[in-house]
Design a binder for this molecule. Sequence first.
Ligand code: ASP
Length: 339
Amino acid sequence: MAKILILHTGGTIGMTRTEAGYRPDGEYFRQAVFHMDSLKAKGMPEWDFLETDPLLDSSLMTVAEWNTIGQVIADRYSQYDGFVILHGTDTMAYTASALSFMLKGLNKPVILTGSQIPLCETRSDGRDNLITSMIIAGAGKVREVCIYFGGLLLRGNRATKYSADGMQAFVSPNYPPLATAGISIQYNDSALLHRRSDRFEMRAFANVPIGVIKVFPGIRFELFESVLTGKLRGVVIETFGSGNIPDVGGKLLPLLEKARANGTVITVCSQCPQATVDINAYETGHMFVQAGAVSGRDMTTEAAVAKLYYLFSVYSDPERIHYSMERDIRGELTAKEDL
Ligand code: ASP
């Protein structure tokens, strides 16, 4: 029988109401999980339960917490057949992306889940999310970092939070679901990552300065002059459509060129959830080609941010990082040659 580690890191699923609003309540949640009959039912995997300290609303998660979660998995990798990480929804797609890069050669399921309504409330979606995640982790069919939520199993570094109100909080607009959980759990075999042959290892992230800039009509790039310095190692620019940017007055190109000369890796993503960035497609994206920026292709901003942290943690040469940003390393993007 499979054995799974449940790691509670915080988030709505384990919160109870206080005068200041919902906050994580470890004691309540521990009791609730240990008393959940379905988790002990016949056919369910065996499990152990751990929690991080402190439990956090996921909006407070940082690189340090990503490293802690990665380390918990790495330290216990051989003891368990899979891992279920209970996490807040707000930054779940960032943590899932970070873990996908951090856990190199992963050959076991790591499923992140949580809920929109706390387990302490009658209509909570946490119970099904937890139980189905346990079943998926125990089945061992997926060997990658995923998010299970509201009936969908998504690749973690393809997912993005789409709804703060609905029970289906996540979508992966540029990649099909890995499984759908209806009456039975249907896996999409052709979408799963192949079994890894390389050795499993955890590569902790360095807290390098990374930035995200979202463009809008009339953006005054001169205001970013103090941001686009050599201190910023990687920047993700969320552009319009397939990589377009309004360089009114020609202020942007010199800034980008200076940033690139300083070793900053500029990655171009899209504000459209469903998009493939190609900086060669339009004249309004051409300055990115001139400035030596990376086409983020169909990567989410979450994946691009996590990938920059990862690559800056393992390489020091910006050219090497630039090269890897454009290539698929954990199923996070569709490379040009795959289309
Ligand atoms: N603010 C919560 C969190 O991300 C929201 C949630 O879990 O749904 O921790």
